[in-house]
Design a protein around this ligand. Structure first.
Ligand code: ATP
Length: 366
């Protein structure tokens, strides 16, 4: 008999649409596991963003970070750091702080067209593997201070960092992932104009590729790849790239596959995992009850699958599959939010997924 697994998972609702969509993941996971007696999840609500500024005087309080120290998994909502008052508006974002503190070096961002949607790229089924700790995002590149600075009021500079060690570990992540998929990795870079930084990234990924002779590897300039993805989005399997390129590329692939509202992501280190929708806080639609919760729901399914592998507990990956199937079933029935051309509110969509997942969980043997 499978041993009973007790998990404590953090929930950080965040800003903008965060408080409307993040609780959906919790509700749906609870519904999917309701019939199981072998897994028990305790949710730990934690404060970040505007909520934390009003309660603790900072968007990323030490009270939150100290609890995260004890957890090995959490769901992070979006943050609208551009709207924070000074000095926080220009400091490292809550998401950046958490990724840096816990060394969450791999950001896995799948883009797959879902049923019932009308995507630009209906056959797209790829994963962007984004290096998450260095690259061209200068705000997280320094031990102290920021890699972005202004020597005079009219000159602004930003420091990019690429290290062999970080390139190696993200490349291994991409090639291992490709082995579970269609065994093809594309390295996205810009080594023609950045021969040292992007050259090191490309060369290191190609060296790692030699250890995976069963995986086909190619490489593309990031700009050419962006154009290719629009026309031939179905031709790619795993794309590995640096931090900023991966952020931009995954918004593109998310939208090509239907909507960035559907685009999930998982951030991992060797021991910690964080589910986080690939999209932002969408302040333009916050509070209207129309946000699409799919990305955060699918991100939490990825989190469960990761925890299932780490704890060697098949029920969690089975539950992840059930949640993904329930989302697809509901979308296939034409129940979807406005970003996908539908009329469902966030609450209506979540209710439909809960109903679908509950029906399927009733059939599971406990
Ligand atoms: P960030 O820099 O934090 O990634 P952003 O400014 O790039 O944020 P988003 O907040 O992701 O942008 O939003 C971009 C657009 O996509 C907005 O018009 C928003 O309304 C829409 N959008 C994003 N997420 C969702 C969602 N879950 N449901 C519906 N629309 C969304």
């Amino acid at each position: 008999m499978t041993p009973r697994l007790q998990l404590r998972i953090g929930v950080l609702p965040g800003d903008g649409i965060g408080p409307e969509i993040v609780p959906a993941a919790e509700i749906i996971i609870d519904a999917a596991l309701a019939a199981r007696s072998d897994v028990e999840i305790t949710w730990q609500r934690l404060s970040i963003g505007h909520d934390a500024i009003s309660k603790y005087g900072t968007p990323i309080p030490s009270a939150t970070l100290e609890v995260l120290d004890e957890l090995d998994a959490w769901i992070l909502g979006p943050h609208d750091s551009a709207s924070y008052p000074d000095p926080w508006r220009t400091q490292l974002t809550p998401g950046g702080t958490i990724r840096k503190r816990f060394g969450l070096f791999a950001n896995i961002r799948p883009a797959r067209a879902l049923p019932g949607t009308t995507p630009v790229s209906p056959k797209m089924d790829l994963v962007v593997v984004r290096e998450n700790t260095e690259g061209f995002y200068a705000d997280r590149n320094m031990h102290a201070g920021s890699g972005e600075f202004m020597p005079t009021p009219d000159v602004a500079m930003a420091v990019g960092v690429v290290t062999r060690q970080a390139c190696e570990r993200i490349a291994h992540e991409a090639f291992r992932l490709a082995r579970t998929r269609r065994r093809r990795v594309t390295i996205a870079h810009k080594a023609n104009v950045l021969p040292m930084t992007m050259g090191l990234f490309l060369d290191t990924c190609l060296e790692v590729a030699e250890q995976y002779p069963d995986v086909t590897v190619d490489h593309q300039h990031i700009d050419a790849l962006a154009a290719l993805l629009v026309r031939h989005g179905d031709a790619f399997d795993v794309i590995v790239t640096e931090n900023m390129f991966g952020d931009i590329l995954s918004d593109l692939t998310g939208e090509l596959a239907g909507s960035i509202g559907n685009a999930p992501s998982l951030n991992t280190s060797e021991t910690k995992a964080m589910a986080q929708a690939a999209h932002g806080a969408a302040p333009d639609i916050a509070g209207l009850g129309i946000a699409n919760p799919t990305a955060v729901i699918l991100s939490s399914a990825m989190l469960l699958r990761c925890l299932g592998a780490r704890h060697d507990h098949a029920v969690l990956s089975h539950t992840a599959n059930k949640i993904e199937t329930a989302v697809e079933t509901v979308m296939g029935q034409g129940i979807c939010t406005a970003d996908l051309g539908g009329t469902a509110s966030t609450a209506r969509f979540v209710d439909a997924v809960v109903e679908s997942v509950t029906c399927s969980s009733d059939r599971v043997q406990s």
